[in-house]
Design a protein around this ligand. Structure first.
Ligand code: DON
Length: 304
């Protein structure tokens, strides 16, 4: 077994000493309150051994990382029909851009940019009797952790300032690709993004993507075919217009969030989550990306 703990300790030390830490997301005012100095990392291997360093157990706002979980739930509910409303190509654009959506007649490029995730949210709102409650139960179930919850302050903060998401939802509606009321869909979307989780909880939740769709307790949530598709989307679209750079530097499928979290994984081997609130210019955690590049370089473990 690789000496993961030694590598994580070194990464944590280097990250704590880093001077250039990026900038915090301030378009969601509640996120701007977080201490920039924090850094955490947690890794779970396929044998369910845990390795942690820094603030690996402290909770933060998972934001766009939640898009992978809503997609997983929607795929389970409506299967391949989902691709009639969302494409599977990288956008090459920032996560909140709208120009392609107009050019491509209201079909979002992929489910991991905001317009795509809003269509996924719309599907869940249509399919579920109590979407917020049932999605939370789904996440708690995968994670085997009933303490996971929404952060109401973060959700309300984004509701007040989420102008681009309102624009995206309205544009989708104008093309007939949003079936429910804009406010209802966005209320669900802002709540999914507000989920508060630690690196440890994220690594536990994403374990099913390294374990053929089976969670840590062995329950199956996704078929192998669905896992293949979701991991492929994380590799090609998980970091927006920095997805190529992430594959180039790190070499793993993964997903970032503007709360500063990143989850990345190597099927059949390990799943790792990092947290550092400072973002680079593309909206991905600056130290998180550097940490993961070090991890795959030092352990010589990547999909390539
Ligand atoms: O919709 C938004 O803008 C945020 N709730 C999530 C964006 C996000 O996390 C982008 N990730 N790097």
């Amino acid at each position: 077994m690789k000496d993961f703990q030694r590598v994580l300790d070194t990464i944590n030390e280097t990250s704590n000493n880093a001077v250039e830490r990026g900038t915090i997301a301030n378009y969601i005012p509640e996120l701007a309150k977080i201490d920039m100095q924090k850094f955490g990392i947690h890794l779970i291997d396929i044998g369910q051994h845990h390795f942690s360093a820094g603030k690996g157990a402290e909770r933060f706002s998972i934001q766009s990382i939640s898009k992978v979980l809503t997609l997983s739930m929607a795929l389970g509910l409506i299967g391949e029909n989902i691709w009639e409303r969302i494409d599977v190509e990288p956008s090459g654009d920032p996560f909140n851009h709208l120009s392609l959506l107009e050019l491509e007649n209201g079909i979002p490029r992929n489910p991991l940019i905001n317009p795509g995730a809003i269509v996924v949210a719309d599907i869940l709102v249509s399919q579920l009797a109590d979407p917020k409650k049932e999605f939370l139960a789904f996440v708690r179930n995968i994670a085997n952790d009933d303490s996971i919850d929404y952060d109401e302050d973060v959700a309300q903060s984004e509701r007040r300032t989420g102008f681009r998401n309102y624009a995206a939802a309205n544009l989708l509606k104008s093309y007939g690709n949003l079936k429910n009321d804009v406010d209802i869909v966005l209320d669900f979307y802002f709540h999914q993004c507000s989920l508060s989780m630690s690196c440890e909880q994220l690594a536990n939740t994403f374990f099913m993507f390294i374990n053929r769709g089976n969670c840590r307790r062995g329950n199956t949530f996704l078929t192998m075919g669905q896992v293949k598709r979701i991991n492929a989307l994380m590799l090609t679209c998980g970091f927006y217009d920095e997805s190529g750079e992430f594959a180039f530097e790190v070499g793993l499928p993964g997903k970032s969030g503007v709360g500063g979290g990143i989850v990345a994984l190597l099927p059949n081997k390990f799943c790792v989550a990092t947290w550092s609130p400072g973002l680079n210019k593309k909206g991905n955690s600056k130290l998180g990306m550097l940490a993961l590049e070090r991890l795959t370089t030092e352990t010589e473990l990547s999909i390539f």
